[in-house]
Design a binder for this molecule. Structure first.
Ligand SMILES: [Zn+2]
Length: 193
């Protein structure tokens, strides 16, 4: 598996000050052509995140890191229709009320056969979790993992945060509040300027 790491520096208003690593490759792989590094600089990171719940949870994590000056860590999935990808996100405090968000690819495997290609549609009744990729089909109460969904992946999805991921984020934020020691992913002083 190819190593991949992308990172972004944001300020307390979530403005992207700097991006690095294999950002463009990551954005293009994800199909987000508008989110290449040149296009995101000085925009709000929130303007690139689909779904109000996802934006609120992301803000909650960044705010906790900035307020308590401690590092937060969360595992999440960012799949393409053909490849499942497990990432670790680390949000660490920097000088001057800034935060460094690091995304490390930890694992990847192929969906066989590939999932149906999906598009974000805020009006869609089928819902996808922004953090684990699970799907809640319209009319169903349970979330289904993309590892089990087979040919039933919807083609249009709205993004929300599933209850399991809300619990994971609660725990990650609590670790920041309690001061549980989490190792930083990158040394701030070693970043290129
Ligand atoms: Zn989830």
């Amino acid at each position: 598996m190819k190593f991949m790491q992308v990172y972004a520096v944001v300020d307390s208003e979530y403005r992207v000050l700097w991006v690095g690593g294999e950002w463009d490759e990551f954005a293009l792989n994800g199909g987000a052509n508008s989110a290449t590094s040149n296009a995101v600089l000085s925009t709000s990171v929130m303007s690139h995140i689909a779904g109000s719940e996802t934006r609120a949870e992301t803000a909650r994590m960044v705010d906790a890191v900035l307020k308590h000056k401690r590092t937060l860590r969360l595992e999440y999935r960012c799949d393409s229709p053909s490849v499942a990808r497990k990432f670790q996100m680390t949000i660490q405090p920097m000088k001057d009320d800034r935060a460094l968000m690091v995304h490390d690819l930890r694992d990847a495997w192929h969906f066989s056969p590939p999932l149906n290609r999906w598009h974000y549609d805020p009006a869609a009744r089928d819902v996808k979790c922004s953090f684990c990729g699970d799907v809640r089909l319209d009319g169903e109460a349970e979330w289904t993992s993309c590892d089990d969904i087979g040919d039933r992946h919807p083609t249009h999805v709205n993004y929300e945060v599933c209850s399991t991921c809300v619990v994971s984020i609660d725990r990650a934020v609590e670790e920041v509040l309690l001061g549980t020691d989490v190792t930083a992913a990158l040394d701030e002083d070693k970043l290129p300027r």
